[in-house]
Design a binder for this molecule. Structure first.
Ligand code: ATP
Ligand code: MG
Length: 429
């Protein structure tokens, strides 16, 4: 047990962290390009925030939260999703008084849910997400959908589909609930226990049930899209027109309803086809009632969350993950005691000049040092032996072409920089 990570958690080893940097860089760039700035909120919040913000009829609140009482007797919860914390921050710091819409994102944000670990489901996972507050217009929804879509396709991923729906608002959702209840009332005994409970408290959530038996009962069920009030219908119309205008391919999918209570109008998911079935990479939508529900001003909002482990699964499965980059660019190899003393100072000089450099710390033979340099992926090796020490030179060796050259010590940094800039002593095609 001591040497095993807790169930549902995953280490990111030094061999894997470049993949996370790769995703994070792409996500940050996509956000910067659309005027979203990063926000970071604590890993835990008062439990009450999630009870109110996510809703007590959701799986997340009913079954999945990591909640505990701290030593001061307060109930706190490890955040199961990103939005509630961001809304709390927005209200606490009165960010709504600044220029609107307030556009922000989070990346590699740890989320905790006590779920059954299985394909694509972890207990600690990481989300990339964006949120925009203050603008009710559907063009913001479209902007975010485009951000997610262009990001994923820009990473080279294929086999994705974008599913869009509207789940109405407090004006029209009751109409839908009534129609759905009327449809389901005869089928009630065939639904799972959870859905029977949802029938009175939140019938729309039944559409989101993963049980195939429940799904079978839903064939021919009324669609929210047919119950929308004029305002929601116009919003949905604008969303579709805008997506078309910015060339984002989508399909209307009345089966998409979000697991969280606070959603209004737009909901969407990006679903990937995998050999083992479909995988939802990204889910989001509008939550016009949330900020007020959490004690802030009435302020419309829209956002999405993207599971980063799932993006990584897709990159892997589709062969789109970038290869492991070299650990260093230059490795300093030495022979003899006097030369060994000069190894770290040489490497340090290079580091100060912005070159990734390393040297032997373990008293290895020259041959072993070369081997290690190779393992580290060093493009250049500097060799410093007795002859070089006497001549005050260093031998520069290109590990790919095996070409060597002597460089006077004072000119070393410059020579290394020039060498790396042209891709080695002589560039390889
Ligand atoms: P599901 O219906 O599959 O349980 P959800 O509605 O709970 O999904 P969201 O709360 O919308 O999911 O989370 C947004 C995204 O975060 C998901 O689309 C998915 O990519 C990712 N995600 C959610 N739960 C997990 C988990 N347990 N492990 C890994 N990624 C997850
Ligand atoms: Mg879930």
């Amino acid at each position: 047990m001591l040497t095993q990570a807790p169930k549902g958690t995953r280490d990111i080893t030094p061999e894997q962290s470049h993949l996370w940097h790769y995703m994070e860089d792409a996500m940050r760039a996509a956000c910067a390009a659309a005027g979203y700035r990063e926000a970071r909120t604590p890993v835990f919040e008062h439990t009450e925030l999630f009870l109110r913000g996510i809703g007590d009829t959701t799986d997340v609140v009913q079954k999945e939260m990591y909640t505990f009482t701290d030593k001061g007797g307060r109930s706190v919860t490890l955040k199961p999703e990103g939005t509630a914390g961001v809304v709390r921050m927005l209200v606490e710091h009165k960010l709504f008084a600044e220029a609107l819409p307030a556009k922000m994102y989070y990346v590699s944000c740890p989320n905790f849910r006590y779920e059954k670990p299985q394909n694509g489901r972890l207990r600690e996972f990481h989300q990339f997400g964006v949120e925009a507050f203050g603008a009710p217009q559907a063009t913001v929804d479209a902007e975010q959908i485009a951000l997610a879509w262009d990001l994923l396709t820009g990473l080279g991923l294929t086999g994705l589909s974008l599913h869009v729906n509207s789940i109405g608002c407090p004006v029209c959702r009751p109409v839908f609930h009534e129609r759905l209840q009327a449809f389901l009332v005869e089928r009630l005994d065939k639904l799972c226990d959870t859905c029977q409970e949802r029938f009175t408290r939140n019938p729309m959530r039944i559409l989101d049930c993963k049980s195939p038996d429940c799904q079978a009962q839903l064939v021919g069920a009324p669609r929210v899209l047919d119950c929308l009030c004029p305002d929601c219908r116009a919003h949905m119309q604008t969303l579709q027109e805008t997506l078309t205008r910015i060339a984002i391919p989508f399909e209307l999918d009345p089966g998409i309803v979000r697991g969280l209570d606070y959603y209004t109008k737009t909901v969407f998911e990006i679903i990937a086809q995998m050999p083992g079935g479909s995988l939802t990479v990204c889910g989001g939508g509008r939550y016009d009632g949330l900020t007020e529900a959490l004690g802030g001003p009435a302020l419309p909002g829209v956002g999405f969350g993207m599971g980063m482990e799932r993006v990584l699964m897709l990159l892997d499965a589709q062969g789109k993950a970038p290869p492991l980059p070299p650990q260093v660019q230059v490795y300093v190899c030495t022979q003899g005691d006097a030369a060994r003393d000069a190894a770290l100072p040489l490497a340090q000089n290079l580091r100060r000049a912005g070159v990734a450099a390393d040297c032997d710390h373990m008293g290895r033979s020259l041959k072993a040092q070369f081997k290690h340099a190779d393992k580290c992926g060093a493009r250049l090796v500097l060799v410093l032996g007795e002859a070089e020490l006497l001549a005050e030179t260093v031998t520069l060796r290109d590990m790919r072409t095996r070409q060597e050259t002597q460089v006077p010590l004072p000119a070393l940094t410059e020579a290394v920089l020039a060498c790396l800039a042209q891709g080695g002593l002589t560039p390889v095609n």
